[in-house]
Design a protein around this ligand. Structure first.
Ligand code: CMC
Length: 438
């Protein structure tokens, strides 16, 4: 795929500030998305641009994921999320995101073997879990143990990694993550760890290590494995979202790959981002406890004097529908039917969704259920404890973080991320000694 460069772009934009005009190159992506390149703006005019929340600012070019929020399109390296969720394994998708092409059989075998070679926790890491306070949130534990890998693999923390070393960081993290995320659950419950299995898929291995096997079975339930495979694929990448941008920002200082991913885990934890899947279920449980009357919560979500938001609704880029949530919704119905589950919380979720979708406030603001609304519901149906939901998002998102980390470090655009600001504080004033301050 040809990435447009500034030199190849003929079209120009123009900006006039303070009577001074400047021609600005226009960058066109492979799906005809367009950007005005303002990188020379401050040098030529003294002005910077202002875009709180960065909703209109591109921070890089990227060949990994294409997203069209208006049309509800999401593609990894050109392949539609619908086809990947239907037919690919998570390991294939991870390879695709990181290395740019679907793997051949040999490439996939080699990649899978490398991941298997790293699937055990390094000796001594379990002690870090044991030192954590009881009841610590699994996302906090995950970021701590991920960061600690810098100490277990010191040779991979070199700021100038060779291509081979970068690959080693990638397969180390991808290989260990199922065991690491599973241990976050086992340790939080004081349960003994379960050894990884080389014969299971990426997701099935996690499910086995985290929750054990159903009585008399040698593998997790297939309905669960398939739904889980889809969840991991749907969460694998989402271009410049908050956590991925964090991984890029931290990595841009040449902090090592483990530290960069640990930062992404922290960004993901927030309830406006990946933490929303846990928040959705907690909100539904709260509504249920208070008698199931959700109209009061809808009113609160609309009230500008309240900080309450309808969790699992709204998205910065999807203004029509979230294609991931459509796929999960279908999967969710299948899982509920196949497992014969009747859960009043899930019924409440459906009623709440229908009421919000018919409400003028949500319609006018184009607020639709996002991926976290249904992923919370499906994870609950699969019997996964609520506190683990965001950890599972991280397990899926790891491949996207690593793909972006690698792309950024290898890009000719590479530069430390260092935004500007407009200062609004006090102008210069003389220091007042403590005695004179009263
Ligand atoms: N409930 C009630 N009102 C909302 C909601 C919501 N969930 N989301 C947005 N709004 C309103 C908001 O108050 C604003 O109204 P007004 O124009 O009157 O001031 C308008 O809609 C636009 O919202 P915004 O805050 O400017 O939108 P944003 O792009 O900055 O925020 C969001 C996006 C996802 C953080 C936000 O929609 C939200 O807080 N949703 C709930 C949390 C959630 O489900 N997050 C998971 C996102 S999907 C997973 C991922 O990719 O991270």
């Amino acid at each position: 795929m040809v990435q447009p460069t500034l030199e190849e772009t003929k079209e120009m934009g123009k900006i006039t500030v303070n009577g001074q005009s400047l021609d600005l190159p226009v960058i066109t992506g492979s799906e005809n998305e367009q950007a005005v390149d303002i990188s020379k703006l401050r040098g030529k005019t003294g002005f910077i641009t202002m875009d709180p929340g960065l909703g209109n600012s591109g921070s890089c070019t990227s060949a990994i994921t294409f997203l069209d929020g208006e049309r509800g399109i999401l593609r990894y390296r050109g392949y539609s999320i619908e086809q990947l969720a239907e037919s690919a394994t998570y390991t294939e998708v991870a390879y695709l995101l990181i290395y740019g092409e679907l793997p051949s059989k040999t490439q996939l075998d080699t990649f899978s073997k490398k991941l298997s070679a790293h699937q055990e926790l390094p000796a001594g890491l379990e002690k870090i879990f044991d030192a954590l306070p009881a009841g610590i949130h699994p996302m906090a534990a995950l970021s701590i143990v991920t960061e600690s890998l810098s100490g277990f693999y010191p040779k991979l923390t070199n700021p100038a990694l060779s291509k081979e070393e970068m690959d080693e960081v990638i397969v180390t993290l991808m290989g260990i993550f199922p065991a690491l995320t599973a241990a976050c659950y086992r340790k939080s419950k004081g349960l003994p760890l379960i050894a990884p299995r080389k014969d299971l898929s990426y997701g099935a291995n996690y499910l086995t290590m985290a929750f054990g096997l159903p009585a008399g079975k040698n593998a997790p339930d297939e309905v669960m494995v398939q739904a889980f495979r889809q969840l991991l694929i749907l969460h694998a990448d989402h271009e410049q979202n908050c956590s991925t941008s964090t991984v890029r920002v931290v990595g841009s200082s040449r902090a090592n790959g483990f530290a960069s991913v640990a930062s992404g885990i922290n960004a993901l934890w927030g309830p406006l981002h990946g933490g929303a899947n846990q928040a959705v279920i907690e909100m539904l449980e709260q509504i249920q406890k208070s008698g199931g009357e959700f109209s009061k919560y809808l009113a609160m979500a609309k009230d500008k004097n309240s900080t309450f938001r309808l969790m699992g609704f709204g998205h910065r880029v999807y203004k029509n529908f979230d294609p991931r949530s459509r796929i999960i919704k279908v999967a969710c119905d299948k899982v509920l039917a196949k497992m014969g589950i009747k859960d009043p919380t899930l019924d409440l979720a459906k009623q709440l969704e229908a009421a919000a979708l018919a409400d003028d406030y949500f319609v006018a603001r184009k607020l639709y259920p996002n991926v976290d609304f249904y992923s919370g519901i499906i994870l609950r149906a699969l019997g996964i404890p609520t506190e683990q939901f965001t950890v599972i998002f991280a397990l899926g998102r790891l491949s996207g973080w690593l793909a972006h980390w690698k792309e950024m470090l290898e890009s000719p655009e590479f530069r430390i991320v260092r935004p500007r600001q407009i200062y609004t504080g006090s102008t210069e004033r003389p220091f007042v000694p403590l005695a004179a301050r009263g």
